[in-house]
Design a binder for this molecule. Structure first.
Ligand code: GRF
Length: 190
């Protein structure tokens, strides 16, 4: 069975989508561990679902954190960043080439990079008057939100949308896109 490690910092709805996809046998995998950088709703979901989780707070000693995370992820087939807000160290990223994926709530390369997270992204899309937005799953490399794009889903933006309503429309698409991508990546590995 494939082993997945998930990283999260917030609500954990994408983490929950993975839990449910495994329960429904859409993905043949187990989540061996959730890593969080702060106490959050995602860690509560891990507790409720009997999934081991570990809090690795941000630290000035990046090398130390990087070593811990590298050891924890050693046996993982796939590492999924699902709303994880700490930028990972280059040593960690380079230890897992093509094994770390991230989900981002915009059509990258638009609205990615430093400072582009959460509602700020959707606010910027609305202010720019874009007709479409969406979500992207991409490989993680040293450039923030800059790794190779694996899959995207487009959502139309209406004149009535607020940043909040756009976030809600997109997050629904995120769950399906993330599950689809994980399935493709793991099955391609068999
Ligand atoms: C999602 O919008 C994801 O694209 C971004 O952070 C958010 C996490 O949401 N990277 P959740 O914690 O999975 O509900």
């Amino acid at each position: 069975m494939h082993k997945i490690v998930v990283f999260a910092s917030g609500g954990g709805s994408n983490f929950q989508a993975i839990i449910e996809a495994i329960e429904q046998r859409l993905i043949n995998a187990e989540i061996v561990c959730l890593i969080v950088d702060r106490p959050c709703n995602a860690s509560e979901r891990a507790k409720r679902n009997g999934i081991p989780y570990l809090l690795v707070p941000r630290s000035n000693n990046q090398q130390f954190n990087s070593d811990i995370l590298t050891r924890l992820c050693q046996a993982a087939d796939l590492i999924v960043l699902a709303g994880y807000l700490t930028v990972l160290d280059a040593d960690f990223i380079n230890s897992f080439p093509n094994k770390i994926i991230n989900i981002h709530p915009s059509l990258l390369p638009a609205y990615g990079g430093p400072g582009m997270y959460g509602l700020k992204i959707h606010q910027a899309v609305i202010e720019a008057g874009d007709a479409v937005s969406g979500c992207t799953v991409h490989y993680v490399n040293e450039e923030l939100d800059g790794g190779e794009i694996i899959a995207q889903e487009v959502v139309s933006v209406s004149m009535l949308d607020s940043a909040e309503s756009l976030r809600d429309k997109i997050i629904e698409k995120e769950h399906a896109l993330l599950i689809y991508t994980i399935k493709q990546l793991l099955e391609g590995d068999e």
